[in-house]
Design a protein around this ligand. Structure first.
Ligand SMILES: [Mg+2]
Length: 175
């Protein structure tokens, strides 16, 4: 069985002023490229799980959602890392669907597709509902970024690596 880090996209990986859907406005948040590369090297699959109610609300199309994802992948190329897969809920909250986070449906779908052991996996997101998702999905941990102590994505990554037993020293690669 594999392990994964399930990632919220908006305001976790990329800056989101609200319902971001323009590929040319996509900006990686600080530490994201470096952090994702570290997780990948540690053997984690990187899987985005995202609520995109802007589609259900008619603010943008599914095609635009994928164009943003494509731009995200382009921006990650210099860091030599890519997102392995994207799962999303396109519904409005009032539609009462079963796939909207923090319901773990998409998490479980992703785990089945990629043969991921959820109890060895983590969630990183910018909302309490992302932490709730980790709990409901039976993950090893859920980490909320965007505020101390995880105000930088890299800090969340270091936390995971520490839990995984990685000793982190700044001079690790010297000598
Ligand atoms: Mg978010």
């Amino acid at each position: 069985m594999k392990k994964a880090v399930f990632l919220d996209r908006d305001n976790t990986l990329i800056y989101d002023p609200g319902y971001i859907h323009e590929a040319d406005k996509v900006r990686l948040l600080e530490g994201v490229g470096e952090g994702l590369k570290l997780l990948k090297d540690k053997g984690f699959l990187l899987i985005v799980v995202s609520n995109q109610s802007g589609i259900g609300r008619g603010y943008f199309t599914e095609r635009e959602f994928w164009e943003v994802n494509q731009r995200l992948q382009e921006l990650l190329k210099p860091f030599k890392v890519q997102i392995d897969d994207f799962f999303f809920c396109p519904h409005r909250p009032d539609e009462g669907c079963f796939c909207r986070k923090p319901n773990p449906y998409l998490l479980k779908e992703a785990a089945r597709k990629w043969e991921v052991d959820l109890s060895s996996s983590y969630v990183i997101g910018d909302k309490d509902s992302d932490v709730e998702l980790a709990l409901k999905g039976g993950c090893k941990g859920g980490i909320k970024v965007g505020a101390p102590p995880f105000d930088n994505f890299l800090k969340a990554v270091f936390f995971i690596l520490e839990v995984e037993g990685e000793t982190l020293h700044e001079d690790k690669n010297e000598a």
